[in-house]
Design a protein around this ligand. Structure first.
Ligand code: SF4
Length: 87
């Protein structure tokens, strides 16, 4: 089970910088950055360390199993980004 970024994300990159396995995209240098509404966590790369959750200034990151019900669909939204993006 991976961590998931939900709706409050403001893309401030604290999570990108702290992730030990580069599981969060797009970073500020990515060609996708100008075209996304938020950042996303790759569930296949995430090692569940929780560092991004602690770093997020707006509490937008949750373990998938602890997502608030109103944001439960963000697990699929995060997964889908990596299914279509060529990083
Ligand atoms: S939980 Fe850890 S490994 Fe997973 S996205 Fe956050 S910082 Fe990266």
């Amino acid at each position: 089970m991976a961590y998931v970024i939900a709706s409050p994300c403001v893309a401030d990159f604290s999570c990108v910088e702290i992730c030990p396995v580069a599981a969060i995209s797009p970073g500020p240098d990515s060609r996708y950055f100008d075209n996304v509404e938020q950042l996303y966590i790759d569930p296949l790369s995430c090692i569940d360390c929780g560092a991004c959750q602690d770093a997020c200034p707006v509490s937008a990151i949750f373990p998938e199993g602890a997502l608030p019900s109103k944001w439960a669909h963000y697990a699929d939204i995060n997964r889908q980004f990596f299914a279509v993006a060529v990083l």
